[in-house]
Design a binder for this molecule. Structure first.
Ligand code: SF4
Length: 259
């Protein structure tokens, strides 16, 4: 188990010249600042399915409710190949121990939010999609924190993402030799303050969830995964400004703030 967290990243952001036109889209924040503190794992899904560099530009197209990944010049359809690759690669990345993923924006494969989707012959796209690889990765791994490149230049978003990555990394280290009830409770107790400061509503929920799931006889590995999934989904929302947790007077108990 690595001492520093591994983070998956769209390969062009890591400086690899894998874009459709042979360029990179290097994020200096990743390659010059973060690379000392995290291990970057670059992946290019379009090169991964054998499209090569340079290659035709592809787009998301929706017809009759069905989303496809298409070369608009000749109609070549890469949907099946991309879905198959994305499922395999998402599982491999998760089992290799990545603690987060940074996606390239606006890409029909890697974009996380507001990717252009075309309908029929309409040349006007609607920004409502998610790249196919990003869609599969986030569906299969809702417990792994993700961010788009734009968030890296927003200090609060970047800090919040890194805090979620380190929270995940600690969970990974503790569970490396297998989970049991004692370890899950220990992890929760050690991270109470973190949860209260970032998503106060989830702390009590997780405490109750652990108790309920063990009463139901759930396997500790399942409880640990459900715990991280619920925690990361709640942490998806950036913390509001201001005081959000405080100590109960005279009791020493940590209480969610009513502010
Ligand atoms: S956005 Fe994704 S698919 Fe496109 S070049 Fe970068 S890594 Fe490859």
């Amino acid at each position: 188990m690595s001492n520093i967290p591994k983070i998956g990243v769209s390969a062009c952001l890591a400086g690899q010249k894998v874009r459709y036109n042979g360029d990179a889209a290097e994020s200096r924040i990743l390659s010059r600042k973060w690379s000392d503190h995290v291990e970057l794992v670059p992946i290019c899904p379009e090169v991964g399915i054998g499209m090569g560099v340079p290659r035709p530009k592809i787009r998301l197209v929706k017809n009759d409710g069905k989303l496809s990944l298409i070369n608009p010049k000749n109609g070549d359809d890469f949907t099946g190949k991309m879905l198959e690759y994305s499922e395999i690669q998402s599982d491999l990345l998760a089992s290799s121990g990545i603690c987060g993923f940074v996606f390239k924006k606006d890409s029909a494969s890697c974009g996380l939010d507001r990717v252009k989707v075309y309908r029929g012959d309409n040349p006007q796209a609607v920004r409502e999609g998610r790249g196919l690889f990003a869609m599969v990765f986030t569906s299969l791994n809702p417990h792994i924190p993700v961010i788009e490149e734009g968030g890296l230049t927003e200090p609060k978003q970047a800090e919040h993402f890194l805090s979620r990555v380190h929270f995940f990394h600690e969970w990974q280290i503790l569970g490396n030799t297998g989970w049991d009830a004692k370890k899950i409770i220990q992890f929760h107790n050690e991270n109470k303050l973190f949860l209260l400061s970032r998503a106060p509503q989830i702390e009590r929920f997780l405490e109750r969830m652990i108790a309920t799931r063990f009463d139901e006889g759930a396997h500790p590995e399942n409880v640990a995964l459900e715990y991280m999934t619920e925690a990361q989904q709640a942490l998806n929302v950036l913390t509001k400004k201001g005081r959000i947790a405080h100590y109960g007077k005279g009791t020493g108990e940590i209480l969610p703030s009513t502010n």
